[in-house]
Write a protein that binds this ligand. Structure first.
Ligand SMILES: C[C@@](CO)(OP(=O)(O)O)[C@H](O)COP(=O)(O)OP(=O)(O)OC[C@H]1O[C@@H](n2ccc(N)nc2=O)[C@H](O)[C@@H]1O
Ligand SMILES: Nc1ncnc2c1ncn2[C@@H]1O[C@H](COP(=O)(O)OP(=O)(O)O)[C@@H](O)[C@H]1O
Length: 343
């Protein structure tokens, strides 16, 4: 095999993010739920016989970006003599908390495992992935998951059929800078996957569809803000959000714009959106992107094509300041390349 074309590298959303402590090496321990979404970068991998590793495209990134580092790490770990040209087409905003760089690195590991005929098992690829970043193993794991440790201790979780309205402000945020704002002096109790599953069960039937309007309005967690729709908070919190808002006022602005849009213009103009279960805006990961979860009333109720949906998102892009991005993303059940790794 000489080349692999159009490999997807999907973004992720953190439904919530609880920081539970700090390790001696400076990394923080977390509890979070990761979900893949259909906002994707795309990569081509073309094998080279001279052993060199080059990235082409995404010129704004450092030459030694996560794709190149992933390829080099795999080459060293396996003593592989092949090289690769990596064509990277960036679409996921950077420094967004959407895990774009981590996902690119994971797609390189998965793709080269096939292109270079290495056949490493999932556990080995995840071990290499963790050396590249705390967020990389989830993209190798390939299933939506409850995560602990620094994000590498993963348990699969079935999430409902959902979409996410995602807003990315003009400016991004450094993950390291956001973590450094944390004050861990007051310890909050740790949560359980069962607690999260119980909350999900309030809104969603076991097949992932949202419960009917009557059942929703009974929920103690859902407040009726006006005649049209109700906005519920997603379970838990994002402990990184206050620090991110302090560092970057555009995060606060993005949360407000998305909240207002859901309560007003978007819901008013979209019959589809009006019938959906809406959750209020929250930041993903270390920001600066924010999202609102939208529960689908049925599996065909949302647009299937990639990219913004004119019908559902309506005027969202028009409500955003210049340089911002707004997009309706579908939640994915699993990573598109999950089956590329055997065990
Ligand atoms: C916060 C999360 C939540 O999913 O996502 P993003 O916002 O980056 O997408 C991740 O934990 C980010 O993972 P990742 O982006 O791979 O972080 P890394 O490159 O490993 O770490 C960058 C820096 O962030 C800090 N860091 C990162 C992860 C973690 N659990 N504790 C930390 O303290 C450290 O200062 C580290 O040097
Ligand atoms: N392939 C890549 N795509 C995006 N960012 C990359 C990549 N390789 C290295 N980086 C660096 O990682 C940083 C953050 O990565 P990114 O995944 O965009 O953000 P986040 O971790 O907040 O989701 C960027 O500042 C960028 O310089």
């Amino acid at each position: 095999m000489r080349a692999l074309f159009n490999l997807p590298a999907p973004a992720k959303i953190n439904w919530f993010l609880h920081v539970t402590g700090k390790r001696p090496d400076g990394y923080h321990t977390l509890q979070t739920v990761f979900q893949f979404i259909d906002w994707c970068d795309t990569l081509d991998l073309i094998r080279r016989d001279d052993g060199l590793i080059h990235r082409i495209g995404a010129d704004e990134l450092p030459q030694d970006d996560l794709c190149v580092r992933a390829a080099r790490l795999l080459q060293q770990a396996t003593q592989c003599e092949s090289g690769v040209d990596i064509h990277l087409r960036k679409c996921i905003p950077q420094q967004a908390g959407l895990g774009g760089g981590s996902s690119d690195a994971a797609t390189v590991l998965i793709g080269l495992n096939r292109l270079w005929r290495l056949d490493l098992p999932r556990a080995k690829l995840m071990q290499l992935a963790l050396q590249l970043g705390a967020d990389v193993p989830i993209f190798i794991y390939g299933r939506n998951a409850w995560a602990e440790g620094v994000g590498e201790q993963l348990q699969p979780i079935d999430l409902p059929t959902s979409s996410f309205a995602v807003v990315h402000p003009a400016r991004g945020l450094s993950t390291r800078a956001v973590f450094s704002t944390l004050d861990l002096t007051t310890k909050k109790p740790e949560e359980t996957i069962a607690g999260f599953a119980e909350w999900l069960g309030e809104f969603f039937a076991p097949d992932g569809r949202q419960k009917n309007r009557h059942q929703k309005s009974q929920s103690k967690n859902c407040q009726q803000d006006d005649q049209r729709s109700s906005l519920c908070p997603v379970w838990g919190r994002n402990d990184l959000q206050p620090g991110a808002e302090a560092l970057e006022p555009e995060v606060t602005q993005a949360l407000q714009i998305l909240h207002t849009a859901l309560m007003g213009p978007l819901a008013a103009h979209s019959p589809t959106l009006r019938s959906e279960l809406l959750f209020d805006a929250r930041m993903t990961g270390s920001g600066s992107a924010v999202f609102a979860l939208i529960g689908a009333s049925d599996r065909s109720g949302l647009p299937s094509r990639h990219g913004p949906s004119d019908e559902v998102l309506g005027g969202l892009p028009d409500l955003l300041p210049e340089g911002w991005q707004g997009r309706l993303c579908k939640g994915l059940r699993e990573h598109p390349l999950r089956d590329w790794i055997d065990a």
